[in-house]
Ligand binder design. Structure first.
Ligand code: ADP
Ligand code: MG
Length: 697
């Protein structure tokens, strides 16, 4: 028998073809099951009554018992409204109707007792409620539920009487026809018992028609638990399958190059966080499985040295290693940094980018295939087919978000077994999200900066302080420092943004005639961009006027000022990334956030967070709270965006719990073949195929 949850919404009592079409278009509701997953976004407690004197400016929707003491039509013919006076023993309030006035006037009796419900608005000295819900005392006694669900709906749906009440009626019709078989339990009994979860059937009834507060809470907990568990199971299964399939190189020894470097050439003591991460990597490379590790560490936290030591583990075991960066400049900077670190060790490294051509390219590729190069550093030029290693064992990818999974996978094919992978990113992702997004990657975190760093001072200034800000920049430039001025990316309002950048460039030129200025933006040819960047990196120019193209990784220790123009137009993570371009040298660095005079509350919050903290993880958490997970890179594929009730921000405790449950289930039964997991497996597969289908549709 087919599960009724899959029945087309059209065939539910009270829907029909026209409403079905609108439910599909407006709310993505195609089936009865989709309808049941349109959860209330809040509940109104109708067991509670207010008195009129309790109303103040913060009062939300409330319910009052009282008497209708007057009712009359007022205003001119076409703008007629119905106005009523409603009293209880503590005061009085106005009721107002603009529509259906005739009908309402006829159905109400002056002098009778009613229950009204609505949101009071202040009007002069007194309060009024527009279009209140109104019931007789008798009607109240009939309705047995005191917690009333409120569903999100749209203007279009409302026109077809599918307001919150209308949707609730549909829920009722659906639940009446769905039996316990349709809402069959999918969680294993053991889990239900251990966490005292409501059954699925009960939970769906409760969440749409709650009987009381505590039962509703249990229902919500049960549904969130299930949502998060499914995502975790899906991701963890991918990881387990990969671990079973992908045998990796065993890196047994670290006795030679690694040890020599660690003992004789390390230019500083590692931080505790760096040591911890290296231990995690060491464990992976000794496991016989392919390592797939994401290394998160704020800008300047010292990921490079960790990646070098990781590459040495491979080299000690007769393998080659490579490190791939998203731009030519970054690759070059890695080349400079790494060749300096290894110059006295006998380890060889080489740089391969698009600009290595002709004979030198041929020679390099030959040396690589003969195993004469230990570490190859480069851009995505590394992926190309003619690049053949003798024995590639370790792949490091820097600034992960610029490369797709497919590109990374191409590098895996450059040896008989897939090499180990270390993916590094400076875009911190909140832990809750990392758990969900990268369920299939292991995550390491460097959460500590090397000692002795001077924290960047961040200042928020508005347009009217521009002269003061420019004066400040002038002083820093006089000391021999360099400065960045960053403008929003040229996009939606292209010409406007371009003018903004050009105006900026002109005024900087006027204000600082004695200095050389570089300019970089996304509309320039890559080679020109590169040229301008290089001039700034080498100190030939003192000021860099740019759009966010400079965001990733560039290291100019002498630059100590970052001015972000129209800072209110940037997201928190992006502001933090940009700020990370300074604070890399010994001098005190500054980040100045320039904004317009008037700011929205949210923009003010963002500026305040930036001024308050330099901690990338804190900022990522705040960003998640302000924006929600939908906008964060990678969330679309992960299933996070499909969450209906659970929230990654608010339900991090349930998420952590559920992750343990998922790990436990899969440890006992990796392929979910045991009888007690039968329904869970079926449900997972069903969800997955629905998702795949959704993408095609
Ligand atoms: P990122 O994580 O942004 O890639 P880098 O690896 O470029 O950071 O490191 C930033 C700077 O910090 C470099 O100049 C590096 O030499 C230095 N550094 C890294 N680790 C330490 C440490 N443990 N002690 C002191 N300086 C360190
Ligand atoms: Mg780096």
């Amino acid at each position: 028998m087919q599960n009724k949850l899959h029945t087309n919404i059209e065939y539910l009592k009270g829907v029909g073809p026209k409403r079905a079409e609108i439910l599909q278009a407006e709310l993505n509701i195609f089936t009865w099951g989709d309808l049941l997953h349109h959860f209330p976004f809040r509940y109104v407690d109708k067991s509670k009554f207010y008195t009129i004197e309790e109303i103040d400016e913060n009062t939300q929707f409330i319910q009052i018992k009282g008497r209708l003491s007057a009712l009359r039509l007022v205003g001119a013919a076409r703008k007629m409204r119905l106005q009523g006076r409603f009293e209880d023993s503590t005061g009085s309030i106005d009721l107002v109707w603009f529509a259906k006035t005739d009908w309402i006037q006829k159905s109400l009796k002056v002098g009778a007792d009613y229950i009204i419900y609505g949101k009071p608005n202040k009007f002069g000295r007194s309060y009024s409620i527009t279009h209140p819900e109104i019931k007789t005392i008798g009607e109240l006694k009939q309705s047995d539920h005191s917690l009333e669900p409120v569903y999100s709906t749209t203007e279009k749906l409302k026109k077809f009487n599918l307001d919150s009440k209308g949707l609730s009626k549909l829920m009722y019709n659906a639940l009446e026809l769905l039996g316990p078989i349709d809402l069959n339990e999918v969680l294993p009994l053991e889990v239900l018992d251990a966490y005292k979860l409501l059954s699925r059937n009960k939970a769906y009834h409760q969440v749409h028609f709650p009987t009381d507060g505590p039962s509703l809470e249990k229902a919500i907990f049960r549904i969130k638990f299930e949502e998060l568990l499914l995502i975790q199971l899906r991701l963890l299964r991918v990881k387990i399958n990969r671990n079973i399939q992908n045998q990796g190189f065993l890196l047994e020894k670290v006795d030679h190059k690694f040890k020599d470097f660690y003992e004789n050439h390390l230019p500083f003591a590692l931080t505790e966080a760096q040591k911890r991460v290296l231990k995690e990597i060491r464990k992976d490379t000794l496991s016989g499985k392919q390592m797939n590790r994401l290394l998160q560490g704020d800008v300047g936290s010292g990921k490079t040295i960790v990646s070098l030591l990781t590459m040495l583990m491979a080299i000690d075991n007769g393998f080659q290693a490579c490190i791939m960066a998203p731009t030519e400049i970054l690759a070059q900077q890695h080349m400079e940094g790494i060749s300096e670190l290894i110059q006295k060790t006998g380890i060889t490294c080489a740089l391969l980018t698009g600009s290595v051509k002709g004979t030198s390219r041929k020679q390099l590729l030959l040396a690589l295939s003969l195993g004469e190069i230990d570490i190859l550093i480069g851009t995505h030029a590394l992926i190309e087919d003619p690049v053949v290693f003798k024995n590639l064992g370790m792949v490091v990818v820097d600034e992960q978000h610029r490369f797709g999974v497919a590109q990374r996978a191409k590098l895996w094919k450059k040896n008989t077994k897939p090499p180990h992978n270390l993916v590094m990113t400076a875009t911190p992702i909140p832990r809750t999200l990392a758990m969900t997004l990268y369920g299939d990657l292991d995550v390491s975190i460097i959460d500590e900066l090397p000692p002795g760093r001077k924290p960047i001072k961040t200042i928020h200034r508005r347009e009217n302080s521009r002269l003061e800000v420019f004066g400040f920049i002038a002083k820093e430039l006089e000391k021999g420092r360099q400065a960045y001025l960053v403008y929003p990316l040229i996009e939606e309002s292209e010409t406007l943004d371009f003018n903004h950048l050009m105006d900026g460039y002109e005024s900087v030129k006027r204000f600082f005639p004695q200095y050389s200025i570089s300019m970089v933006h996304g509309k320039m040819k890559p080679a020109d961009k590169e040229f301008e960047m290089q001039r700034f990196v080498k100190g030939k120019t003192q000021i860099m006027v740019a759009t966010t193209v400079i965001e990733v990784g560039v290291n100019v220790p002498n630059a100590s000022i970052m001015v972000i123009e129209s800072a209110e137009r940037f997201g928190l993570s992006q502001l933090h990334q940009l700020r990370g371009r300074v604070g890399r040298g010994a001098d005190q660095s500054y980040c100045i956030l320039m904004t317009g005079l008037k700011l929205s509350t949210e923009s003010k919050q963002r500026m305040a967070i930036m001024v308050e903290t330099n901690d990338g993880f804190r900022i990522a958490e705040e960003d998640l709270k302000l924006r929600g997970p939908g906008d964060i890179e990678g969330t679309q594929q992960s299933g996070v965006a499909d969450l209906k009730l659970a929230s990654l921000v608010k339900d991090s405790k349930i998420l952590a719990l559920v992750r343990q449950v998922a790990i436990h289930i899969l440890q006992e039964d990796p392929f979910l073949d045991k009888h007690e997991n039968k329904y869970l497996k079926e449900y997972l597969i069903e969800q997955q195929s629905k998702k795949a289908w959704g993408k095609i549709a």
